[in-house]
Design a binder for this molecule. Structure first.
Ligand code: FAD
Ligand code: NAP
Length: 313
């Protein structure tokens, strides 16, 4: 059923940036509507311990996001489980079409659509996605009890996933294309001390292979990045953790982007190239990509939206 709703501020996305924007916009009496998208709570719902959220020396990612949701709601944000499928920012009020049929008219919009996992882009990865190939250890790790698995990547996500997967797997091979990890030192320390994890430096996945009936992974062919030599790593699961790309689908043709699709904002601001359109969090941030920096930008976006709307009045 289609209906139309008007709101002063529409927040798109329910990660740390979106919920923080909700808290601040609510306290500014703007009665914001927040549309959660396909992943309510955002990326932190795909991890376990978060150790760098100020005020919590350790908190589970999904718990933290429920708390943020409850906080935004308690302050007055209307939270809606839906997906924005189209956004028209050519004139005000801006128009956001949702998957369930609601059309939101808004005077300002805060884009907080975050980032999504990148994939290797090889055919065999696509074939086994959901049948041995995954980008979420917390979602799928449990299926690999007592099995050998591989993790690809060298950043914080890859190292955290490898460590987490040792709770289930008999052996984890961390495949990285260089011999240096870009993860934080504390995580690298834990990785090196873990006897179940075996790093495989200077290698990339060439092919994932397995059975067709039933569909399942039996191993990966890996290529040495210097010699080109192909070797075989038997495994039942492949976890791809090679970074994230900004979820910019709604605005990539209308807003300026850079560094692989991140929305450009003005210096020290969340203002984009269109007045009244603000962007916060991983969608704009190619550098820090942390929960706390995303939350900070969510705050900035709400304060800037408030000032923008006051200026219009
Ligand atoms: P996201 O968390 O990416 O949320 C984006 C939101 O936008 C989602 O709710 C999604 O549903 C919504 N959305 C997208 N498209 C639409 C649409 N069309 N319509 C409506 N909604 C939409 N950071 C830390 O600081 N500490 C950590 O320990 C840490 N651990 C991490 C572990 C993992 C496995 C990963 C992947 C990341 C981790 N990060 C960590 C990074 C952190 O999760 C991100 O920096 C942060 O979540 C970004 O917040 P965000 O609000 O910008 O977007
Ligand atoms: P990232 O830091 O961008 O690292 C991606 C890794 O994948 C890099 O090591 C990269 O190799 C490798 N890679 C990229 N493309 C590849 C390809 N096609 N084939 C093989 N390897 C490839 O991404 P991330 O680890 O997902 O982290 C994203 C952000 O979230 C970061 O800012 C991170 O700090 C944050 N995060 C934080 C925490 C935490 O605070 N505990 C946890 C998770 C994530 P190179 O090194 O050679 O480029």
């Amino acid at each position: 059923m289609s209906n139309t709703r008007h709101t002063k501020v529409l927040i798109i996305g329910s990660g740390p940036a979106g919920y923080t924007a909700g808290v601040y916009a609510s306290r500014a009496m703007l009665n914001p509507i927040l549309v959660q998208g396909i992943e309510p709570g955002g990326q932190l719902t795909t991890t376990t311990e978060v150790e760098n959220w100020p005020g919590d020396s350790e908190v589970q990612g999904p718990d933290l996001m429920i708390r943020m949701q409850d906080h935004a709601k308690a302050m007055g944000t209307e939270i809606i489980g839906d997906i924005i499928t189209n956004l028209d920012v050519s004139e005000r009020p801006f128009k956001a079409q949702s998957d369930s049929g609601t059309l939101y008219n808004c005077d300002a919009v805060i884009l907080a659509t975050g980032a999504r996992a990148k994939w290797l882009g090889i055919d065999s990865e696509e074939k086994f996605k959901g049948f041995g190939v995954s980008a979420c250890a917390t979602c799928d790790g449990f299926f690999y009890r007592g099995q050998e698995i591989v993790v690809v990547g060298g950043g914080n996500t890859a190292v955290e996933e490898a460590l987490f997967l040792t709770n289930f797997a008999s052996k984890v091979t961390l495949i990285h294309r260089r011999d240096e990890l870009r993860a934080e030192k504390i995580l690298i320390d834990r990785l090196m001390k873990n006897e179940k994890i075996m790093p495989l430096w200077f290698h990339e996945i060439d092919e994932v292979y397995g059975t067709d009936m039933p569909l399942g992974v039996e191993g990966v062919k890996v290529k040495h990045t210097k010699t080109g030599e192909i070797t075989d790593v038997p495994c039942k699961g492949v976890f791809v953790a090679i970074g994230h790309a900004p979820a910019n689908e709604l605005v990539k043709d209308v807003l300026e982007t850079h560094m692989g699709g991140y929305v450009v904002t003005q210096p020290d601001s969340t203002a984009t190239s269109i007045a009244g359109v603000f962007a916060a969090g991983d969608l704009t941030d190619h550098k820090y990509r942390q929960a706390v920096t995303s939350a900070g930008m969510g705050c900035m976006a709400a304060l800037e939206a408030e000032r923008f709307l006051a200026g219009q009045d």
